[in-house]
Design a protein around this ligand. Structure first.
Ligand SMILES: O=c1ccn([C@@H]2O[C@H](COP(=O)(O)OP(=O)(O)O[C@H]3O[C@H](CO)[C@@H](O)[C@H](O)[C@H]3O)[C@@H](O)[C@H]2O)c(=O)[nH]1
Ligand SMILES: [Mn+2]
Length: 616
């Protein structure tokens, strides 16, 4: 009699939907190819609140087309406390969204299956060879976990690919352990290693009798990428034909911006995109993924979707640009892009800020004597934001299509709740995607030739407390959520940007925007590109630039980031203003933010072509 087998993945925030879709699609392909479609279930573990309250009926239908079973799970008991205790270690990862990955502990509750192959949703099997794991591990017992070494610390396993035996006793033991111990990495990988992996027992005596066992799988079952600095490693070339699965670890996922950029992308990202496009084509998905994914969202619900739902909850209308779960908040940007000067003296829009503060003193003094000498200058100023104004109509066009919500026929297990997709007929959709941006340094993998390395099994002992080494497979990157929040204030243009690039519409807009103004801003541009082209931090840059320039009332301090402005000023000095009147004194760059009415006193004297973008 055949064993009850499942391949499972996890979804606790909508921005991983593309991963879940592509993975499910690919797994099905290989199950079919291997003739195992009927013998191995595909199982989506999804948080109850995400499923019931957030995902659209359309998304559920799509999920239903690739997964045979949905398992709705709730947070672990006392998960909040665990997350709290782990927060310090998790901070090392710079991946706060992973706090909820502790919910992977629920995998051992899937006792309706005899064996489960868990795959992170950012994994991609490359061929049906990955299914051999069920054969290789056919004798696995409930105290064992099969996983490949993590490249960040190869004495530990990576928890993105795990084969396990569900068992109620193990499940409760693990959850107790999570309650009582701090995870090495603040998330699931650390604590699962501590629980299962004898190597994490730093006390040699206890190690002798360690009760559970990590069975090390070949790295070819979980080849993590990116592998910066090692991409052309001889080992990679040597083992390439044997790779069964790729795992896109870290902040940057194949569906996020960076994979669309030439500078980091590798062939596996192309493969992922092919699979994803194939999925979309086969399922007739033509709308943008945010429209697929999420219904109206109630911010009061679960913690697990917090990273995305913080954003979702703010959004009244979806932005058209991101392919995947990206949230752009139309609000501020659109409002600010009108002709009304902002009532708030702290400008959010960098260009507006720039044009208003330049030559303030000059214009004030000129005003005193010349009155109408520069009658049109303020027009350009007011139109600073005009490149974005055309987006308002795009936003208005972004109404979620009415998508019929079909019943999801998959069975729900484990605290089933009736899903109420009926109310989802109209999806005012948006998605909360924090753009995960990180480039990992990966160590050269110590690849083994055998598929499995079974370690000596020990018995009966206490669990190791914790080790000092981080299992972090991600390089720290500055936290970017805040900057994402800033990003939400802007709307990306509805261009033909690649779908993922569209997620970062703001970034690209800003870059293009500045390029248009290149003349006179050259010294400024490299900073923008270097700092911003890759990820979300550009928004911080702008804010910083504003703050620094403002705070740096002595001219030197502000120069670093507003040098272009100053240069333009200096360049303008001997030249003529648009009015034709030569400037007679150096502009004063002092910027007194306390002066509440400064906007009304601001003038500039640049030639109009500097503000060409305003016309466009
Ligand atoms: O916002 C999120 C974040 C994660 N996930 C799910 O949780 C998995 C783990 O997150 P992921 O971004 O894939 O983590 P990695 O970058 O792979 O980071 C490493 O560290 C994590 C924390 O220990 C482990 O869960 C991973 O297996 C391990 O590879 C994802 O694949 C998803 O299935 C979500 O649904 N929403
Ligand atoms: Mn992963």
């Amino acid at each position: 009699m055949s064993r009850k087998l499942a391949i499972a993945t996890l979804l606790y925030s909508a921005d991983y939907l593309p991963g879940v879709f592509a993975l499910g699609h690919q797994v099905n392909k290989f199950l079919e190819e291997a003739g195992k479609k009927d013998s191995i279930q595909t199982c989506l573990i999804v948080t109850t609140s995400l499923f019931n309250d957030t995902l659209s009926g359309f998304a559920k239908d799509l999920l239903n087309s690739v997964y045979t079973k949905f398992v709705l799970v709730n947070p672990l008991e006392f998960q909040d406390e665990s997350v709290q205790r782990n927060s310090e270690n998790l901070a090392l990862l710079k991946r706060p969204e992973l706090s909820a990955a502790l919910i992977k502990a629920r995998l051992w509750e899937l006792t309706q299956f005899e064996q489960v192959l868990y795959l992170d949703s950012d994994t991609l099997p490359l061929n049906k060879g990955f299914l051999r794991l069920f054969d290789i591990m056919s004798k696995q017992n409930k105290l064992q976990i099969g996983a490949a070494a993590d490249i960040g610390w190869p004495d530990m396993f990576n928890s993105g690919v795990m084969i396990l035996i569900p068992d109620a006793g193990t499940a409760s033991g693990l959850q107790d352990y999570i309650l009582e111990n701090t995870s090495i990495d603040g998330s699931d990988q650390g604590i699962l290693n501590q629980f299962f992996n004898q190597n994490c027992c730093t006390d040699e005596l206890i190690k002798e009798s360690f009760p559970r066992e990590w069975v090390q799988l070949s790295f070819t079952y979980n080849v993590t990428t990116p592998n910066l600095g090692y991409e052309s490693s001889p080992a990679m070339n040597y083992f390439k034909p044997t790779i069964k699965l790729i795992h896109f670890i870290g902040r940057h996922k194949p569906w996020s911006l960076w994979s669309q950029k030439d500078f980091i992308k590798n062939e596996y990202h192309d493969q992922w995109n092919e699979v994803y496009n194939e999925f979309k084509k086969e399922n007739g998905v033509k709308v943008e993924m945010p429209k697929v994914g999420i219904d109206d969202f109630d911010d009061t619900e679960n913690d697990h979707t917090k990273t995305s739902t913080e954003e979702i909850s703010q959004v009244s209308e979806p932005a058209p640009v991101p392919e995947v779960a990206a949230t752009n908040t139309p609000g501020d940007a659109i409002e600010d892009s009108g002709n009304e000067p902002p009532s708030n003296p702290v400008p959010l829009d960098f260009t507006k800020w720039l044009t208003t503060f330049i030559n303030k003193d000059y214009s004030i003094s000129q005003q005193a004597t010349e009155n109408d000498e520069q009658p049109n200058e303020n027009d350009g100023n007011e139109n600073n934001s005009s490149p974005r104004s055309d987006q308002e109509s795009s936003i208005n066009d972004m109404q979620e299509p009415v998508v019929p919500s079909n019943d999801v026929s998959a069975q729900y297990t484990n605290e089933p709740q009736e899903h109420t997709n009926d109310g989802d007929a109209t999806e005012n959709t948006t998605s909360g995607s924090e753009q995960k941006s990180l480039i990992e340094n990966l160590q050269e993998p110590s690849t083994i030739n055998n598929d499995v390395t079974v370690r000596p099994k020990n018995e009966n002992s206490e669990h190791p407390k914790e080790s000092g080494d981080s299992a972090d497979d991600s390089n720290p990157e500055p936290e970017q959520k805040n900057s994402m929040n800033h990003m939400q204030h802007s709307i990306a243009s509805n261009t033909d940007l690649s779908e993922d690039a569209k997620q970062h519409g703001l970034i690209d807009d800003n870059i293009q925007y500045l390029e248009k103004e290149k003349e006179g801003y050259e010294e400024f541009l490299p900073d923008v590109h270097e700092t911003d082209a890759i990820d979300d931090e550009e928004t911080e840059f702008f804010d910083d630039g504003v703050e620094e320039a403002v705070e740096g009332e002595n001219e030197g301090e502000g120069k670093a980031k507003s040098s272009a402005a100053q240069d333009s000023q200096e360049g303008a000095k001997p030249a003529e203003c648009k009015s034709g009147k030569p400037q007679e004194e150096l502009p004063n760059f002092k910027f007194d933010w306390e002066a509440s009415d400064y906007l009304s006193k601001v003038e500039r004297c640049f030639p109009d072509d500097i503000f060409e973008y305003a016309v466009k």
